[in-house]
Design a protein around this ligand. Structure first.
Ligand SMILES: [Zn+2]
Length: 151
């Protein structure tokens, strides 16, 4: 930890992990924090946190990412800040951080050559006005907060 540098922390299961150095855009550190969160999410995503219109696509083993993009982007924003980015063509959300890094923890639900385009920023308050989304976010938030898996 260097004085004068703004760090963001990821806290899972009550432990604190080093996150992003927002000034030097330290990708290595970012990636490790991202991986910790990704592992946690992958183990707690469920049909209850999946967007209803994607229920048929969701599968714990083969497609745990399906329908989890917005709730996941909100959790990532809890830790890393930044903006929620949205592609209307695929109805897909991911994160754009203040240091210009993009994090998309649910991109694996799409084919390997998938490239969403940035169509607009979505605002947290606005998306959480949706009752179903708000419910699913709270379920996921609680699952992440009480996650007991090994890290
Ligand atoms: Zn688009």
């Amino acid at each position: 930890m260097v004085e004068g540098i703004k760090y963001t922390y990821v806290c899972v299961n009550g432990k604190e992990y080093l996150g992003i150095d927002m000034n030097t855009q330290n990708v290595k550190i970012t990636r490790s924090a991202e991986l910790i969160l990704e592992k946690c999410l992958k183990s707690v995503w469920s049909i209850d946190t999946c967007c209803p219109k994607n229920h048929a696509r969701w599968n714990k083993e083969s497609n745990p990412w399906a329908g989890q993009c917005l709730v996941t982007a909100l959790i990532v924003q809890d830790y890393f800040g930044g903006d929620l980015w949205y592609c209307k063509h695929y109805d897909h959300y991911w994160n754009k951080l203040e240091n210009d890094l993009e994090i998309d923890l649910t991109i694996n639900q799409f084919p390997p050559d998938f490239e969403p385009c940035f169509d607009c920023v979505k605002f947290r308050k606005t998306v959480l006005n949706d009752k179903n989304l708000s419910l699913r976010y709270n379920i996921l938030r609680n699952l992440v907060d009480t996650y007991k898996g090994g890290l």
